[in-house]
Each structure stands twice: as structure tokens, then as C-alpha cells.
Design a binder for this molecule. Structure first.
Ligand SMILES: Nc1ncnc2c1ncn2[C@@H]1O[C@H](COP(=O)(O)OP(=O)(O)OP(=O)(O)O)[C@@H](O)[C@H]1O
Ligand SMILES: [Mg+2]
Length: 448
């Protein structure tokens, strides 16, 4: 377990391959040794029987000497009809019979392993053969040592070959696994080196279309997303700090100048100027907090709401400078967070009021499954290429910057985020004149 946790994948795979190779080698070696032993045992039996047959021929031809030459066997004996040893290999002359079994069931020969045969040492394969004589059957015995399981040289050779095969398999596995895992290591070291300043780097993608390639592609996709999120955050931070710093710098300059020439100052007028700066700061900070809350995904409190009612309440809150034309269809219901939706609407109305020449048209209508709210003014409108840009945080068109200094450039970013939090969209669409902001929200199924 400890090894499993500590050792690298490469070491583990190498050990596993080595262990499997060793197991296979041992199994094959054992099978070879057993197979060869079986063959040796058979051979041994044949050669013992052959030795008895040669002696039987001598008996039959009446040429049996008292001392026999044990050709190819360790011991040989001939017993007469009274089972007395009448001929034997040199060391068994005058010794008792080495065995007492005979071929049975009409057979001429029989073979047995005796451990040991009488008067001898060690286990032997003893063949017994009838030699048919006129006065009765004589018996010939021949014994050969039982063969062992391969010689030590052979066993050593097998062990050596097994070791070699195991070592080569392990080395091969080490190399192959190393080569296979090299791209993973390259990905790991590249990811380790990617810091906040080096988010532009990407991990190498291997050529082979395999799992490692998918891993590299996924890592690169993730890095793409992290980079764009980081870039967005960086832009937002720099815009936010710029928008916070500008009013502070202006107020500081006004206050320092006033302190330098206190007697020349129009203090009430200066206080009003500083107050304007404070209000701007307050507006930026409030918008930033709203965005932070929306970014954090704070759950909206959804309530079934008549869209026309909500719009009427917002329009009636205070009189607007421009003429308001209302085209509000009743019966369009949405599930929404009323406060947030009022905030969205207020921003669209404030913008329209700021840019309209004389008239603003507010429309509420229902489409299948969709509730639509439009705010249209008769101002200069938003150029087509800027229709997405104005939804970015702190984005303000040049014309607006010159005309008024009140806006923070966060209103539409907040409005779109509120729309999306409700599962809807907020876009600028074509119109004959002015800007036409269109909010689409999922329509509630229940009728109130
Ligand atoms: N009805 C409109 N007609 C023309 N331009 C518009 C209109 N509404 C918005 N814009 C442009 O989009 C920019 C971004 O609008 P947004 O509401 O986000 O910011 P803002 O109105 O400048 O400031 P804030 O709403 O935070 O007080 C505006 O500065 C303006 O240039
Ligand atoms: Mg605005």
C-alpha cells in the first residue's frame, strides 16, 4: 500500500510487468522440467526392459555367463526356477534377489520403481522379464536409477533464461511506459510553470489521437477560459480603479487649492463641487457592489409579477423630462426578482431620458413563451458596431462622455446580468430612429 502511494506510475507498471514475466517464466520452466522428467522416466523403463531382453536371449541360446556385463543398467540378475540367483552383474554375484515381483496376467515383462531394491541404495526402476525354460520360468531383473528432475546445469540454465527474460521485460516496460508518459510529464511541467503572468502559454498537444491528446486539449481549453476570465478581471480592475481614482484626484486638487488660497475661495461652491465627486464615487461603489453580488450568483427572489404593473410603477415613480408613450399589454406575467427588474428598467429609462430628443416609447407585449419589454427613444441611437460594446463594464460611448459626466458605464452591464440571471436576454435591436433596447424573459405559465 505504502509502495502504491509512493512509487511512480512508471515504477509500478515496471514492477507489474516484471512480476508477470517472472510468473510466466517460472510456469514455463516447471512445465519443461515436468515434461522432460516424464520422458526420462519412460526412457528409463524402456532401457531397463531392453537390458532384460538381451539377457533373455543369452538364456535362450544357453550362453548365459555367471557374471553379466550390466550394459546401460546399474544392476542385473537372473533367477532360476527355484528363484536362486544363478547369474548377476559383478557386485550382485552371491547376493539375494534385488526384487520379488514377476510379470503377471500373461505378460512377459513388468516394471516397478523400488526405493531401494534389496541390497542396493537409492530408488531404481526395476524391469522383470520371464525367460521360458523347459523345467519352468526363470526371471531376469535389470535396475536403473530413477531419473531426477533435470540436472543442476539444466535448472541453472532455465533460471538464467527466466531471469534474463524478466529483466528484459521489465526494462522494456520501463522504456515504453516512460515514452508513453513523457507527454503527461510535459503537460505537468508546463502547467506548473504557467503563472498569473504567463497565462498565454499552452501545454504541448501530442500528435497521436489518444487519451493524452484529449487531456492536453482539455487543459488548453481550460487555460483559454482561465485566461479570458483573468483578462476580463484585469480589465475590470483597471477600469474600476480608474473610475474610483478620477473623482478622488479631482476632489483632492479642489481641496488643496482651497486650502492654499482660503480667502479667495467660494466655499459653498467648492463644497458643491466636492459633493458631486462624492456622489459619483458613491454611484460607482454602489454599482460595483451590485455587480459583485450578481457575479457571486446571489439567488434572485422570484415572484410572479405582471410586467405591465411593474413598468407602470417605475414610470410613475417620478416625472421624466421626455414625453413617455406607454404601450403596455396586460396579462404578461414573469417570475422575477422585482427589485432587480426595477433596477434594470430604471437604467434603461435613465439612459433613454439622457439620450432622447423628446419622446420615449415603452412597450410590454407577450409572445409565445416569452415576455417582451422594449424601451425606444428618439435620440441618436447606438451604432451597430457598438451594440455589444455598450454592455461591457465601464463602457461609455464618446458622445456620452462629452455630453454628461454623470454615468459610470456600469448600468447596462448590470442590466444584462440581471436579465441573464432571470434566464432572459437584453439586446439593442434595429429601429427607425434612436435606440431600441429589448428585454426578453421567459413567460410564467400561471395566470394570476
Ligand atoms: N438610449 C441610448 N442611446 C444612446 N446611447 C446609449 C443609450 N443607452 C446607453 N447608451 C450608451 O451606452 C453607454 C453605457 O450605458 P450604461 O447605462 O452602461 O452607462 P451610463 O448610462 O453611462 O452610466 P450608468 O448607467 O452607470 O449611470 C452609455 O454611456 C451611452 O454611451
Ligand atoms: Mg445608464
Amino acid at each position: 500500500m505504502l509502495l502504491r502511494n509512493r512509487a511512480s506510475l512508471r515504477t509500478r507498471m515496471t514492477l507489474t510487468a516484471g512480476a508477470v514475466a517472472a510468473l510466466v517464466c517460472v510456469t514455463i520452466s516447471v512445465a519443461i522440467v515436468i515434461g522432460m522428467h516424464g520422458k526420462d522416466v519412460n526412457d528409463n523403463r524402456h532401457r531397463a526392459v531392453e537390458a532384460t531382453e538381451r539377457v533373455v536371449v543369452l538364456v535362450r541360446e544357453g550362453r548365459l555367463p555367471r557374471v553379466l556385463r550390466p550394459r546401460g543398467v546399474r544392476a542385473i540378475q537372473v533367477l532360476d526356477v527355484h528363484r536362486r540367483v544363478i547369474a548377476a552383474s559383478e557386485d550382485l554375484v552371491g547376493k539375494p534377489a534385488i526384487a520379488s515381483f514377476h510379470p503377471a496376467g500373461g505378460e512377459l515383462t513388468a516394471v516397478r520403481d523400488l526405493c531401494p531394491p534389496t541390497g542396493l541404495t537409492g530408488c531404481m526402476t526395476v524391469a522383470s522379464h520371464w525367460a521360458i525354460q523347459p523345467e519352468g520360468n526363470w526371471v531376469v531383473y535389470a535396475g536403473r536409477p530413477v531419473p531426477g528432475y533435470g540436472g543442476p546445469t539444466f535448472v541453472l540454465l532455465l533460471a538464467g533464461v527466466s531471469l534474463l527474460v524478466t529483466a528484459m521485460t521489465a526494462a522494456g516496460a520501463y522504456r515504453v511506459v516512460g515514452r508513453t508518459l513523457a507527454p503527461v510529464d510535459a503537460i505537468r511541467s508546463e502547467v506548473a510553470e504557467i503563472t498569473a503572468t504567463g497565462l498565454g502559454r499552452r501545454v504541448p498537444v501530442p500528435k497521436n489521437r489518444d487519451e493524452i491528446r484529449s487531456l492536453a486539449e482539455t487543459v488548453n481549453d481550460t487555460l483559454d477560459r482561465v485566461e479570458s476570465a483573468y483578462e476580463q478581471l484585469r480589465r475590470f480592475t483597471s477600469d474600476a480603479s480608474h473610475d474610483l481614482r478620477s473623482p478622488i484626484t479631482a476632489m483632492r486638487a479642489q481641496l488643496e487649492e482651497a486650502l492654499m488660497y482660503p480667502e479667495d475661495r467660494d466655499w459653498p461652491q467648492m463644497t458643491r463641487a466636492v459633493l458631486q465627486g462624492v456622489e459619483r464615487l458613491q454611484a460607482v461603489v454602489t454599482d460595483l457592489l451590485t455587480l459583485a453580488r450578481l457575479d457571486a450568483g446571489e439567488p434572485p427572489r422570484h415572484v410572479s409579477t405582471h410586467l405591465a404593473g411593474l413598468v407602470t410603477a417605475e414610470l410613475d415613480r417620478y416625472p421624466r423630462k421626455a414625453e413617455i408613450v406607454r404601450a403596455l399589454n396586460g396579462g404578461v406575467v414573469v417570475e422575477c426578482d422585482r427589485l432587480r427588474l426595477s433596477r434594470l428598467l430604471a437604467n434603461l429609462l435613465d439612459n433613454a431620458e439622457r439620450h432622447a430628443k423628446s419622446q420615449i416609447t415603452v412597450t410590454v407585449r407577450g409572445e409565445p413563451g416569452v415576455a417582451v419589454l422594449e424601451v425606444l427613444d428618439d435620440g441618436d441611437g447606438v451604432p451597430v458596431e457598438m451594440r455589444e460594446v455598450v454592455f461591457r463594464r465601464f463602457a461609455r460611448l464618446e458622445a456620452s462622455r462629452n455630453r454628461d459626466c454623470g454615468g459610470t458605464g456600469l448600468g447596462l452591464a448590470i442590466a444584462r446580468q440581471i436579465a441573464e440571471a432571470h434566464g432572459g436576454t437584453l439586446t439593442i435591436e434595429d429601429s427607425e430612429k434612436g435606440a431600441r433596447f429589448v428585454l426578453r424573459l421567459p413567460r410564467a405559465h400561471v395566470w394570476m
